[in-house]
Design a protein around this ligand. Structure first.
Ligand code: B3K
Ligand code: ZN
Length: 870
């Protein structure tokens, strides 16, 4: 496949002023007429001739006409990637008629059918599967869309913008005309048609305009939209208050569909969502589902400005909209919930997903330099690391300076398609600063590793902190530059009081920072709030970590200290386990000090419950395997379980108290505080069961039976899931009976079984593939059964006999013919072979070779598999 390079960007030769589309919807053959008002780009590159070339894939071209004259076959050329013809002048009108087949579209890009509704997904390059068009984000046009469809099966007809007209047609059909006054790129086009239920509300904007808010769902789900609607209204308000950004149309629609490649899509005024991120009621959704709904609804809404009003010039600039919008949704959630708990979650996620990506064969900069398939670059790096970059700008400029930069950015670029450099320039100009070095975060891949050393001079009452940074080479980038990063530092006295709190600017490879008037040797709280997204190589002594766990005024670093302590203990034990050949308890040795510190956290009623729940969770197996080379999945699993067992045993009485004190008989509410209470109780249950004392498995089974909400039900099932207890089979059977008809809820049931550490897991996963609710055509199903197995069950995925890899590879190959985008996403776990022992590495490489040998492999899967194999 062809490699597309950032440096090759050229402006489009022709622009489109206005697009008029007419859809004649039919499941088998949909006819699309497109009328394009074209003008030559006044700033077109020199040498741009009069050849017009449009993107287009997998369609039938019916006809093309220029200025109302139909072209003969020798006047244009059409191939697998597009359509080319000669421009008759500077301005002209083109009519194109195409046919597409929604019902056979299993890639879920372009126009497809989900359940019985028609819907579209055009980002990044799906519009070219609907009609021939310059399918690139720097071509922005106004769209008028006419939808003709069967009245009975498609009573609801939606597109972007405002409804201009609607009415009946012959043959039991009807039509609707939608006009979007805001020029937009093709990737923001959307169409939905089907028999959907609608939940309606409204929002009064700051300037007093009433906006109608509608959520469309399948019939029967009307009672599951409240939280999404509430989240939408809170997002609209937050964006007005924090960013000064008001909604710009009188209507905002959300549609929830069952078949969707990712979480959701920000199409102008017609957001389309994976139903999983809209539908919730207490007995079907967990607290985590509610949290995700809130943040994704906000994220897509925020794109109305950061993405739609100001969009990307080309796809290399993807983080311009995604990094910024993730930062915006993270801050929204922090304001709606607990700020430190939100930061902990965001960092844990960054470390679990982005750091491994940045340290592996798929490492790429936040602003990539090349790609084969752009869909492969909707990554944790572009999104989450991109958000960290914006967060660092926020830290450097302060809230007011950041806001000045944002105001200038939207002012200057409203209605344009721009670059990451344009964003940084607005920040610079508004604040009169130079961000040249900070901008290296856009171009340099890899996670920096920081070391530090403190030196106290009692005579001078000075504390000197020497900090150094280093970034390991990544594919295509052997040499790394020093990055600019803000490091928030706290110095604590022996009594736990804060002596200093300051943010220093690290710009050199090695740099010294001096703190004056320090009267005692301080304990250092380094990189507070994770002010820079880096690894810290320096190991602090265990007693300092315990001290920070109990005293740091920065809640993030309290959590971080516990994570570091637990990590150090487990890594040492893993090494020991490998030597002593399998005695995990012996390998751990005496962990009383650590557990005593955990007890203090558990019993500290000044800390909020959600925080305590997080602080008591040990770093995960995936995180630990990132720290080991080679990673031994069995050793990691055994050691982590052994430590959990010891904690559960030593703190049995305390956890039992916590469990019983946090029962709530009140009706379920999804607010952060109630959720925190449930989370702490679930953590307690997990440790009680981990202690191995059989009565607690019974307790979990009872919790499952008596639960009056999905959060408590899933918490019980999640611990039973790994046991041989009869309560497990009973609960799983009950779950299936209760929710068997509910596709969104059944994903949890599939996922649990794929994640079980029980020995029969792979056999069970294979069986579940023929379960009536499972289908390889539905991305949620694939992710919950197949994806979870590889990404959340390291022990079985990496089974020494290679059975996990073999099963998984078969699925990737099968899936590639159905949905290449999802297949490519699932391929990444096989790419981590370099982290494993020779035997596993060989098997993983062989698996990648088998993927690469697939006849007619997609560009998507080829890119990931070939880069991973290298
Ligand atoms: N912009 C979409 C993602 C599109 C992914 C295309 N493969 C969702 C989001 O980030 O809001
Ligand atoms: Zn986004």
């Amino acid at each position: 496949p062809q490699v597309i390079r950032r440096e090759d960007y050229t402006a489009p030769a022709f622009l489109i002023d206005k697009v008029e589309l007419v859809f004649d919807l039919d499941r088998d053959v949909t006819n699309v007429k497109s009328r394009l008002f074209i003008i030559a780009n006044p700033v077109r590159g020199t040498g741009a001739g009069n050849e017009v070339s449009f993107d287009g894939e997998d369609m039938k071209l019916v006809s093309i006409a220029i200025d109302d004259r139909k072209l003969g076959v020798d006047e244009y050329s059409v191939d697998k990637t597009g359509l080319t013809f000669t421009a008759p002048g500077e301005t002209f009108v083109v009519d194109i008629e195409t046919q597409v087949s929604p019902v056979t579209n299993t890639r879920l890009e372009g126009l497809y059918v989900s359940q019985s509704a028609f819907c579209t997904q055009c980002e990044a390059e799906g519009f070219r599967r609907i009609t021939y068009f310059p399918d690139r984000p720097d071509v922005m046009a106004t769209f008028t869309v006419t939808i003709n469809a069967d009245k009975a099966t498609c009573p609801v007809l939606l597109s972007n913008g405002n409804l201009a007209k609607s009415g009946d047609l012959d043959g039991n059909r009807h039509f609707a005309v939608w006009e979007d006054p805001f020029p937009k790129p093709s990737y923001l086009f959307a169409l939905v048609a089907g028999d959907l239920a609608c939940v309606e509300d409204s929002f009064k904007t700051v300037s007093g305009r009433d906006v109608a808010l509608r959520i469309f769902v399948e019939h029967g789900n009307e009672d599951r939209c409240d939280y999404a609607m509430d989240s939408l209204k809170r997002s609209m308000k937050w964006d007005e208050e924090v960013y000064g950004l008001e909604y710009d149309l009188d209507l905002f629609n959300i549609v929830a569909v069952s078949d969707f490649n990712m979480g959701a899509m920000e199409n102008k005024s017609l957001n389309i969502f994976n139903a999983k991120y809209i539908l919730a009621k207490p007995d079907t959704a967990t607290d985590m589902d509610y949290e995700l709904i809130e943040s994704i609804v906000a994220h897509e809404y925020f794109h109305n400005w950061s993405g739609n009003r100001v969009t990307c010039r080309d796809w290399f600039q993807l983080s311009l909209k995604e990094g910024l919008t993730v930062f915006r949704d993270q801050e929204f959630s922090a304001d709606q919930r607990s700020r430190p708990v939100q930061r902990i979650k965001d960092v844990a996620q960054l470390r679990a997903r982005q750091f491994p990506e940045d340290g592996g064969p798929l490492a790429h900069p936040v602003r990539p330099d090349s790609y084969m398939e752009i869909n492969n670059f909707y990554t944790a790096t572009v999104y989450e690391k991109g958000a960290e970059l914006i967060r660092m700008m926020h830290t450097l400029l302060g809230a007011d300076g950041y806001r000045k930069g944002i105001d200038l950015y939207f002012d200057r670029h409203d209605g344009q398609a721009v670059t990451c450099d344009d964003f940084a320039k607005a920040m610079e100009d508004a604040n009169d600063v130079d961000l040249t070095q900070l901008k290296r975060w856009y171009s340099q891949a890899g996670t920096p590793s920081l070391s530090w050393k403190g030196d106290y001079d009692a005579d001078a009452k000075q504390f000197r902190l020497t900090v150094s940074q280093k970034t390991a080479p990544t594919p295509g980038q052997p040499d790394k530059f020093a990055l600019h990063m803000p490091i928030a530092i706290g110095l604590l006295g022996k009594d736990g009081k804060e002596l200093v709190s300051r943010t220093v600017q690290l710009t050199e490879n090695e740099q010294e920072f001096v703190f004056d008037n320090i009267n005692e040797t301080p304990v250092v709280s380094f990189n507070r709030g994770f002010s820079a997204p880096v690894n810290i190589a320096t190991q602090q002594p265990h007693d300092e970590l315990v001290f920070l766990m109990g005293n740091d005024s920065d809640a993030f670093n309290r959590w971080e200290s516990a994570q570091k302590y637990a990590t150090a203990l487990m890594l040492a034990a893993i090494e020991e386990f490998e030597k002593n050949d399998g005695d995990a308890d012996g390998a751990l040795g005496d962990v009383t000090d650590f557990i005593t510190a955990m007890r203090a956290t558990l019993q500290n009623d000044d800390l909020d419950k959600a925080f305590r729940a997080d602080a008591l969770v040990l770093p995960g197996e995936e995180f630990l395997s990132e720290q080991r080379k080679p990673a031994n999945p069995e050793a990691i699993h055994q050691v982590r379980n052994a430590l959990r067992k010891q904690i559960g045993t030593m703190l049995k009485a305390e956890f039992a108290d916590t469990y019983h004190q946090n029962v709530s008989n009140a009706a379920f509410t999804p607010d952060a505080q109630s959720a925190g209470q449930r989370a702490l109780r679930a953590t307690a249950l997990g440790y009680l069961v981990a202690s191995g004392d059989a009565q607690f498995a019974d307790l979990a089974a009872a919790q499952y039976r008596n639960a009056n909400n999905m959060t408590d039900r899933m918490a019980a099932l999640a611990v039973l899931n790994h046991l041989d207890h009869p309560g497990r089979a009973e609960a799983l059977a009950d779950f299936e009976e209760r929710f068997g008809k509910d596709t969104v809820v059944m994903d949890k049931w599939f996922g649990l079984q794929a994640m079980s550490s029980r020995d029969d897991t792979l056999a069970r996963v294979k069986d579940l593939m023929s379960h009536p609710s499972f289908t390889m055509r539905n991305p949620n199903k694939v992710r919950s059964l197949i994806g979870a197995f590889a990404m959340a069950n390291p022990r079985h995925f990496h089974a020494a006999d290679g059975s996990g890899y073999e099963f998984y590879t078969d699925r990737l190959i099968e899936l590639d013919d159905i949905n290449p985008q999802v297949a490519a996403r699932l391929c990444a776990p096989l790419g981590k072979w370099a982290k494993y022992d020779d035997d596993r590495a060989a098997k993983m490489k062989a698996a990648l070779d088998r993927v690469l040998a697939k006849p007619e492999i997609s560009r998507d899967l080829y890119e990931i598999a070939s880069k991973s194999r290298a």
